[in-house]
Design a protein around this ligand. Structure first.
Ligand code: 5GP
Ligand code: ZN
Length: 122
């Protein structure tokens, strides 16, 4: 149960979405990963790909076997939902820290597509 899961942070919005305590438009979920619609989309397709396990950001990832497996699962999900969404090109973004624009401190990858993308990002 979420209350007894050491990877669950009761104060964390995305932990609570992963635990289905807060509703979201989930498009894919498995044992390690949840993918849902961003509430304030910045492109026709704007999905958030998160691990169920709480990590504040990509800066908390290590070279442990568990984190390697987690990254593989996250990128497998990213590729899968991009293909399911019919995207030919897309952008994967993860903001690390407030200076980079991170506002939710649970690791997430933005998957953006469905329109031309500018470069560099602002
Ligand atoms: P960040 O700014 O941390 O890189 O990205 C956080 C993202 O979470 C933002 O794009 C924001 O729109 C999205 N977000 C914030 N609160 C909620 C919520 O309650 N539900 C969903 N689905 N997305 C959220
Ligand atoms: Zn969390």
């Amino acid at each position: 149960m979420a209350d007894h899961d050491p990877t669950y942070d009761a104060e964390c919005l995305f932990c609570r979405i992963a635990a289905e305590e807060i509703p979201a438009e989930v498009v894919f979920a498995d044992a390690e990963v949840v993918v849902f619609q961003d509430i304030n989309p910045k492109a026709p397709t704007h999905l958030l790909v998160i691990p169920r396990r709480h990590l504040a950001s990509a800066d908390d990832l290590t070279d442990s076997d568990a984190d390697r497996d987690l990254l593989a699962a996250l990128f497998t999900a990213l590729r899968r939902v991009a293909r399911d969404g019919g995207l030919e090109g897309y952008r994967i973004v993860t903001n690390v820290g407030a200076d980079a624009g991170q506002s939710v401190f649970h690791l997430h990858f933005h998957l953006l597509g469905g329109r031309p993308m500018d470069w560099p990002p602002g």
